[in-house]
Design a protein around this ligand. Sequence first.
Ligand code: SF4
Ligand code: SF4
Ligand code: FES
Length: 316
Amino acid sequence: MSALMVQPKRLIGISIDGLEVQVPEGTTILQACRRQQIDTPTLCYIDTLHPVNVCRVCVVEVEGSRTLVPACSRPVEAGMKIKTGSERVQHSRRMVLEFLASSADMSLTAPEVKRWMNEYKVRPERYGPPAASRAGERDGARTGRHEAPESGAAASVRQPVKIDNELYVRDYSKCILCYKCVEACGVDAQNTFAITVAGRGFEARISTEFAVGLPQSACVYCGNCIGVCPTGALMFKSEYDMREGGTWDESRQTVTSTICGYCGVGCTTDLHVQDNTIVKVTSPLDHDVTRGHLCVKGRFGFQFVQRRDPERNAPA
Ligand code: SF4
Ligand code: SF4
Ligand code: FES
């Protein structure tokens, strides 16, 4: 048989919430749940990156397994009996979302994350208000030196927004440490390895080498990290400035798909336009050429379309 011929995958039988179903071998529990329209929360998972299993919000119960298992990465096995809505699963998902929301600002997460928070009755406020920002301290934190916040306050990852270039900002007060940006900057897309996780435990944080600013780091400003960040921790400077100025309004924005004209690769770009001005550029995750990823030119090189007033850093 030709090596190019793709062999059909064997179907295997599993049970999800008591329903017997057949799925192709190699399917993950998450994919099997999605085929049955079973809503499964995910935070660190995205179709275009390898699963890293760090948030654990997708956990399900598998008969015979001592611990809950992450649906996003665990392949199904013949005869597997999966429960997605048990009290244990619900409790675990609630705790994950509650711990994250009590320590990080999740106000800019996608609507489905807010829906899951309601559904799982997440109440981060019961841990107290977020502890005060420790300006600069997180970058210099030493492993194993976590200090508990003052009584009544919730330990927080708050810190000042990092603005060190004109293209994008990093607001790690919103970081839930999902690792997606690290994956996108590394082997899954960009292969630049400009950012990684520094520290351990509560002091773990995303950092450049030696916590230098982006202009001094290996970053090539592709913005692929922004494209996968689920919380708005990484954001176009244009969007950040408009949000700060109170003018960002997605209800007044249109999205126009086009092809980047900078080179012959032909990446699909989605131009987000507000008040006749391009305010940011993304790329569709399901596009064969880009899978959501772009280079610095396609992502940020949109200023040439409109003349800008350098004094105001706004369209002329
Ligand atoms: S912009 Fe690109 S190179 Fe820079 S940190 Fe993000 S993914 Fe890495
Ligand atoms: S900056 Fe965004 S993508 Fe990176 S780990 Fe934090 S939340 Fe995830
Ligand atoms: S979505 Fe599965 S571990 Fe994060």
